[in-house]
Design a binder for this molecule. Sequence first.
Ligand SMILES: [Zn+2]
Length: 290
Amino acid sequence: MPLDLKTYSARLRVTDGAWGTQLQALGLPAGHCPELWNIDNPPAIRQVADSYVQAGSDVILTNTFGANRFILSQHGAGGRVKELAAAGARISRLAADKTGAKVFGSIGPTGKIVMMQDVPDEQIMEAFAEQAIALADGGVDAIVLETFNELQEAVLALRAIKKSVKLPVVVSLTFASGPDKTSTMMGDTPEALGVAAVAGGADAVGANCGVGPDNYVKVASMLRSACDLPVWIKANAGLPVVAGGKTTFPMSPQQFAAVVPDLLKAGANFIGGCCGTNPEFIRSIRKAVG
Ligand SMILES: [Zn+2]
């Protein structure tokens, strides 16, 4: 039986935090393809997964954000989607099974702009289907489409995935543009996501990356009024500050967790962190929700 996200998130579920920065702390060089470590350095991937399970995550993701043939081909690994995505899923599965946590397979954008017809829609859909099938083979409970800037691409992914695997799908875009920072870089609104998600048979809608949790309180309530699907929120630890070529995030775990009651009130069902967050943030969120 596929996981029913509405029932599962009837009480708030805490998800995980950032993976990239955690892997860099374990020695992943900047610019190195993180997914290659699912095969080349699985203990490091397992350590990040374990750290979130131990921090109290109900849901952890997988180190497969860029495991599609377009992104992997930039690293000479375009033919290794099946192997790398399934391996990432298996590592998170092993970590999650210690506490009964759920594993949501991470799928990020292809880097192609659908509106510009960079590549035909069919090729984009094939790439997402290939990645989702590999994640399903690796044992994930659900799929999360995350950090999409173009609703059109997320809709193609949703359609391709729903056709190829029997798994719930979360569709999460980055809303960090426009005067109120409530639209995507391509101009898509939370309302448009709600409508498209329902039409495409998605199981949850969400917002991740881009801005801090305070900015996502409004987006959460916009998503909540746009549809009756569960709402998934993973904000950054505030707006990134770039100084001396280094990017830092201003919020502490406590400051981040202080926004959690407002996110709950706005209608969020899943709460975690994106860039700049770590297991400490998850521990603080866990404490804030009791
Ligand atoms: Zn992020």
